[in-house]
Design a protein around this ligand. Structure first.
Ligand SMILES: C[C@](O)(CO)[C@H](O)COP(=O)(O)OP(=O)(O)OC[C@H]1O[C@@H](n2ccc(N)nc2=O)[C@H](O)[C@@H]1O
Ligand SMILES: Nc1ncnc2c1ncn2[C@@H]1O[C@H](COP(=O)(O)OP(=O)(O)OP(=O)(O)O)[C@@H](O)[C@H]1O
Length: 255
């Protein structure tokens, strides 16, 4: 069994409030269909859960391992991963604002749900997903485009034409937690609910026609304050995804 684990971009990302140390967002998440990792389950007898691949973190930190730990209470899951290993082929850059680790986690949850016949509904999987990361619930639902709110747990499908998205990822490490903290300390503002609703009702292409990089993503200012070199990539028609460092644009010629 092999599945594609897609990257995402945030077409817009606005802060609408605070929740403890987290921030409530209003965001449009869109899958990038030309950028994905591949996750496979391969038959092999092993003593303990085994994850192979070109990821850079330790097993314990990997989001796939964290997802396994949430599901190992099911006997069928435990048994399955004594007879199968997980292989991951990474193409999505890490620390990139493209949700690579979150996507892998959700893809794994969906695959295990299917192969081990857990019959968990998307809502139940999304609850497990949120324990691992704010971006993971979006990927569980497998929508091409969605409006995401709360801290990431409210995911509503948005129907629109698919977009041809081009991504560039400068080699600049962006620390999501620190960027949110800097936003809170130095740049804090909240979008009101009426404006958020307007954004949620507008298709991605029209939003990008009306907005510039700063207006579209509230995390661009704190990120470029912390990492000055990001500004070199903020060229006309390019936008910023998540907490960076990736920039994207829509290639309208091909649509
Ligand atoms: C920037 C985005 O990627 C946009 O999609 C997400 O909002 C962040 O999602 P993520 O990387 O899955 O985030 P997590 O791994 O859950 O959180 C990392 C850190 O970011 C901050 N954080 C995250 C999400 C959120 N809504 N508010 C926050 O303030 C918290 O300090 C947290 O400790
Ligand atoms: N399956 C995984 N793939 C890639 N990185 C992972 C994975 N699991 C854990 N990590 C670790 O997570 C961190 C960054 O993950 P990821 O690449 O998803 O972040 P990101 O691009 O900043 O995503 P986001 O859009 O959520 O901000 C790194 O510390 C990385 O080593």
């Amino acid at each position: 069994m092999t599945r594609k684990s897609y990257a995402k971009v945030n077409i817009f990302l606005k802060i609408v409030g605070k929740r403890d140390s987290y921030h409530q967002i209003a965001s449009r998440f869109v899958l990038v269909k030309n950028l994905y990792d591949e996750i496979s389950f391969l038959k092999k007898e092993v003593d303990s859960f085994t994850l192979e691949g070109n990821f850079s973190c330790s097993l314990e930190k990997n989001t796939i391992y964290k997802a396994y730990k949430e599901l190992e209470k099911y006997e069928s899951v435990k048994e399955f991963f004594k007879k199968n290993i997980v292989k991951i082929e990474k193409n999505i850059p890490e620390f990139a604002g493209l949700g690579g680790g979150s996507s892998n986690c959700a893809c794994f949850l969906n695959m295990v749900n299917e192969v081990c016949n857990l019959n968990l509904r998307k809502e139940e999987l999304a609850k497990i997903a949120l324990k691992i990361g704010a971006d993971v619930p979006f990927f569980v639902y497998e929508y091409n485009s969605a409006n995401v709110s709360g801290i990431g747990e409210i995911v509503e499908e948005f129907i629109e034409d698919s977009l041809d998205i081009e991504v560039i990822t400068p080699k600049i490490a962006c620390d999501t937690g620190l960027i949110y903290k800097t936003f809170r300390d130095k740049f804090y503002k909240e979008l009101d609910k009426v404006k958020a609703k307007e954004l949620f009702d507008t298709n991605s292409k029209d939003i990008l026609k009306q907005y510039n990089i700063e207006d579209a993503n509230d995390l661009y200012l704190p990120a470029s304050f912390l990492e000055k070199d990001l500004k070199n990539f903020a060229k006309k028609d390019w936008f910023f995804s998540g907490s960076g460092s990736s920039f994207f644009r829509i290639n309208s010629g091909k649509n």
